[in-house]
Design a protein around this ligand. Sequence first.
Ligand code: BG6
Length: 521
Amino acid sequence: MATVQMNVSPADLAHVPSGGEKIPGPAIMVIFGASGDLTKRKLLPALFHLEQSGLLPKNFAIVGVARRPLGNEFAEDMRAGILEFGSVDKNDPKLDEFIQKVSYYALQFDDGSGYAGLKDALDKLAAEKNIGPDRLFYLATAPEYFAPIIENLGASGMAKPETGKVGVVIEKPFGHDLDSARELNHQVNAVFPESQVFRIDHYLGKETVQNVLVFRFANGIFEPVWNRNYIDHVQITAAESIGIEGRGPFYEKAGALRDILQNHMMELLGFVTMEPPSSFDAESVRREKVKVWQSIPQIPIANAVRGQYGPGTVDGQQVIGYRQEDRVNPQSGTETYAAVKLEIENWRWAGVPFYLRAGKRLRKRATEITIQFKQPPLLIFNQMQNSNAPCPEIQPNIISIRIQPDDGIALRFGAKVPNTPGMSVCPVNMDFNYAQAFGQQRANGYERLLLDAMLGDQTLFSHRDGVEINWALYTPILQSWAATKPDNFPNYFAGSWGPDVADRMIERDGREWKNTLGKPE
Ligand code: BG6
């Protein structure tokens, strides 16, 4: 496959200043569940990146809250996390000053009597650091604590101060089916009005995910062909080569459909398929996403398949199967792979199939959206009749949006092969590569989301309606899967592209999964 390199990478674009960013007012960010991995690996490195870019307010404090009694070692652990996961130089002059802003408070999340003490501690800290009443509560705990924490924040008067802005950021999973999501929404909104709620989906913090909107709505040439008249089908893949990374108890209850498909992939689908919003404000963007999700009819159970990895080889290393992972039931029926075919019944998309798949321990890590276009109405260069043709068939045009790794966008089209008899056509790629064009980014996606939550901008957060619509779509599949334990698990090898049943699902339609992820074939 030849690649036409696009001339989009002037070196002087490498350090585009973010410019025009707003800086939030003085505030305390309170992270519940702060002793967990997320805080150290993602949140603190992201906050430090914001500090380095001058995007945090001068008067700012971070309070980690968890059950274990911890003292100063919490701040030191956070420093280690920033250095390790934030690619930060240990001599960075801002680091010591930043770590001074980090403190810790021990609390049993479900013990209401402890919250008055937390409130006092926050008020005292605010007075010392001249911060004022603004608070952002970040729930990074196990999901069973979301409701008690919210209730206790309400009961202790921290959710509605007399003055000041208060927000609550809620990590996924937001419920485990439609009923539980509805109940949680109810509990959340009983304390925090929707305008104060930030349901986080970290995929929306990824630059490449946001770039889907830019690609579609800041360029005039794609919109006219972005519909059923030109597009044959769309594939969205979230392939991971990692396994469950020691998260057995969590994953046993979640599975691939709840963990990735129902949230991250539906957000990607929303951005790919929504109508142009009237502006880039929270209400317009979220309304268009909800409209498109509402147009998805129930997925027939035959169009949903599942798999579980057995032992295999990934990146040259022997790896164990899911059932051998730590704290996983040796007869587990949890899926580590899920794929669905769905349709969108609106004027733009009627008749265009969308194939979504997500899996652990697949051949390689690649999150990608593949838009395959219809063939031209008449193929005048019939190379099938030419046995010497270098490429046997004329391939359809493809736009591949690579979310990660090797972020970028490629367009595949046919080109005349020079110096061959007749008109031989082979596919070539025009390839835009993010790192080449803009320099390697250190951001992990949480920077944008944390900043937006502090500023009160909900555009990149999920609305309660959207969460419930997506659960409504997938709950019947989850119920059907729960009722029939698969008898053929494990049904794919670690290091493969998933179970045969997923290939059969797409092959029924005369199509195949694009497994040359990274570049269109
Ligand atoms: C999380 C899932 O939401 O997303 C994990 O719980 C998954 O299982 C992760 O590994 C993938 O995120 P990313 O950003 O690495 O694609």
